[in-house]
Design a protein around this ligand. Structure first.
Ligand code: SF4
Ligand code: SF4
Length: 635
């Protein structure tokens, strides 16, 4: 499937960047293009997908530093970068002046942001903070990690609440710390303050008027090199396939925008493809339309229309680990559009980046879309960091989606389960109508599934299998949430693969699935496994293959017999997949394109032309429903 051998592994540990103190900006290349400085190294947590802090986030940080330390103009005019790190929800290292001064965290339970102060933040604020500063007696022994009793507090600037970040002054030392109790209880507390880190010496944040154009200027040769490499890669591939039409996948996000800049230089002619999932932010659809029009490019829209709402009752709410919506609302319409407009195939430029997720950590420059056989995908910016993308966009003066100036770090569907609780809070403010429609649905669904309200309130619905951090959160707030979300499709094993009296093995299970289509459709789908005999009246369908026999009954019972436990399991899985496809088919058409024998037609789900079908199973392998077999079925 992968044509290029060059892959990138995901990074762990620390990543080093460089800062030019003279020009007060980040240096991405070998040296600052303004003053020639090689820059002072500093490190952030891996993978280091550093990004500039845009307007709304800057305002948010200013509000937070003002709340905790009473400094209204601390970050005025300063270049701030953010670096995403693992956390319960949004967690960003805050980089100012080439130093990590703190971590911005979103707390799901209080539904608000908080700050974890780092030592360089404490050193920068120690003299100017009007509150949040506590002076203590120098304790015996080390300071780091220590809990300080209230009796050691000499004086405090302003009041504080429990869990507020604090600057702690102890003799010559400056520490970053946290309040264990509110200031009015501190004196009598054995554990009044926790010390996080210890340092010495004040820091001065560089002067004002450090705008982003300076960042671009300092890295101009770096951006030119980045572009030249990407353009040359794309050009040489396109030259090798001159007869294939070229398309740009334009999602309305920054990465596809950078790809626009590259493709504009690499190819004279291309069309832009926008997949409208029906769940886009209005800002995104408007931005995409306006951008294509302004630039004079043809915009092809693959429209999912009401696909999401037509299917959500059957699949359940999408989750981070079960994004059926991407397959139904993106892949399906895209396949149809490509078939219609580019029947002989297309080369599509996409803005996938390895830094985005573990799943994308190994993408290659050239990939074949496994679901759309006639689409070749080029990933020219796969190794770019977010900061590279933004610098490039600013250098090329490309107009970007206004949502980025509204605290959104990535642009997707408004109800995407991958969105952070902090982003959902923002969506509720920006689009109350859209968000309340989805919340209403989620609450109704939770009540049907006997889930507590917190299941929706704290965003547990976003996982099918709860990760450790969410299990911990459930324990902290003392609610009982099943580790694996139960949806409307359930499977019960009546009997595992056990030896039969008559020889061989047999296995029995029941799949409980809301009936969307007639039993005849189940029999139809089983034709992909082998020749089917079935009775509509008694709702029984049977397939005999060289490995064994499958019987499926109208109530969802499946009985399999075969010669070995392994083949028994395999046949059972095929039967469940056929059952799921027959009932949940969204008519995306992907299996039709993947059947080389042209044995599938769509008519209220797939119809199999028996005389053509070779039972190869390729359509099942390509089917988005079968793909999620283990996620769809709760055991
Ligand atoms: S891909 Fe075509 S030939 Fe193969 S099992 Fe499916 S319908 Fe039959
Ligand atoms: S059966 Fe075919 S058309 Fe239906 S969802 Fe699966 S791949 Fe799409």
């Amino acid at each position: 499937m992968r044509n290029s051998k060059k892959v990138t592994s995901f990074r762990h540990g620390k990543v080093v960047f460089k800062w030019c103190d003279e020009c007060a900006t980040l240096v991405l290349g070998d040296e600052c293009a303004i003053c020639g400085s090689v820059g002072r190294p500093f490190s952030v947590t891996a993978p280091g997908d550093l990004r500039p802090c845009l307007q709304a986030d800057t305002e948010l940080l200013k509000r937070i530093f003002y709340t905790y330390f009473g400094v209204p103009d601390f970050l005025d005019g300063v270049q701030i970068f953010l670096n995403k790190i693992p956390g319960e929800d949004r967690a960003d290292e805050i980089v100012v002046d080439g130093r990590v001064i703190g971590v911005l965290l979103f707390d799901i339970v209080s539904d608000d942001f908080r700050l974890e102060l780092r030592i360089d933040g404490a050193r920068a604020l120690a003299d100017i903070a009007k509150k949040g500063v506590v002076e203590i007696d120098m304790p015996r022994g080390h300071l780091k990690g220590k809990n300080i009793p209230g009796t050691m507090i000499k004086r405090a600037r302003g009041t504080f609440n429990a869990n507020d970040p604090l600057i702690v002054l102890a003799g010559d030392f400056i520490c970053s710390g946290i309040a264990r109790v509110p200031s009015d209880q501190a004196k009598n507390s054995e554990r009044a303050i926790g010390i996080r880190d210890v340092g010495r010496g004040r820091l001065r944040i560089a002067g004002k008027k450090r705008c982003w154009s300076r960042f671009v200027e300092a890295n101009i040769s770096y951006f030119k090199t980045l572009e030249a490499k990407a353009v040359s890669d794309v050009k040489s591939y396109l030259n090798s396939k001159k007869d294939m039409p070229v398309t740009l996948s334009f999602s309305g996000g920054k990465d596809s925008l950078a790809c626009f800049g590259i493709l504009e230089k690499a190819s004279k002619k291309f069309s832009m493809i926008f997949v409208n999932t029906g769940l886009e932010f209005p800002e995104t659809t408007e931005y995409v339309r306006r951008f294509a029009e302004k630039r004079g490019f043809e915009l092809l829209i693959a429209d999912a229309n009401n696909g999401f709402w037509n299917n959500v009752d059957f699949f359940g709410p999408p989750s981070k680990d079960f994004r059926w919506c991407c397959k139904v609302c993106k892949l399906g319409p895209l396949t149809a559009l490509i078939e219609d407009r580019f029947p002989k195939g297309t080369i599509t430029i996409e803005g996938n980046r390895t830094f985005e997720s573990f799943a994308r950590a190994r993408i290659a420059f050239v990939e074949n879309n496994p679901f759309v056989p006639n689409q070749i995908i080029l990933n020219p910016i796969r190794e770019w960091r977010s900061v590279d993308v933004w610098g490039y966009i600013w250098w090329k003066n490309l107009e970007y989606n206004p949502l980025y100036e509204n605290e959104y770090e990535r642009i997707g569907c408004y109800l995407c389960p991958a969105c952070l609780a902090s982003e959902w809070k923002r969506t509720k403010m920006l689009h109350p109508k859209l968000s309340s429609q989805w919340e209403k649905y989620l609450y109704a669904w939770a009540s049907k599934m006997n889930m507590p309200e917190e299941f929706v309130k704290y965003g547990f619905w976003r996982w099918k299998v709860l990760p450790k951090k969410m299990r911990r959160l459930a324990a902290d707030i003392k609610i009982s949430i099943p580790t694996v979300r139960t949806d409307c499709i359930q499977m019960k094993m009546v009997k595992g693969a056990t030896p039969c009296v008559a020889g061989g093995f047999s296995l029995e299970g029941v799949v409980m699935i809301p009936r969307k289509r007639s039993f005849a459709k189940i029999a139809e789908m089983m034709k992909t496994i082998g020749p089917v005999r079935y009775s509509d009246e008694y709702e029984i369908a049977m397939v005999k293959t060289k490995d064994g026999t499958i019987k499926v009954f109208g109530g969802g019972q499946i009985v399999v017999t075969s010669s070995t436990p392994d083949t028994t399991d395999e046949l059972f899985e095929l039967a469940v997949k056929a059952l799921l496809r027959s009932q949940l088919c969204t008519e995306c058409g992907i299996c039709v394109k993947n059947c080389q024998r042209k044995a599938i037609k769509l008519n209220d789900g797939p119809m199999i032309l028996e005389e053509r079908c070779s039972h190869c199973g390729k359509c099942t392998d390509a089917c988005v429903i079968a793909h999620y077999y283990d996620k769809l079925v709760s055991r």
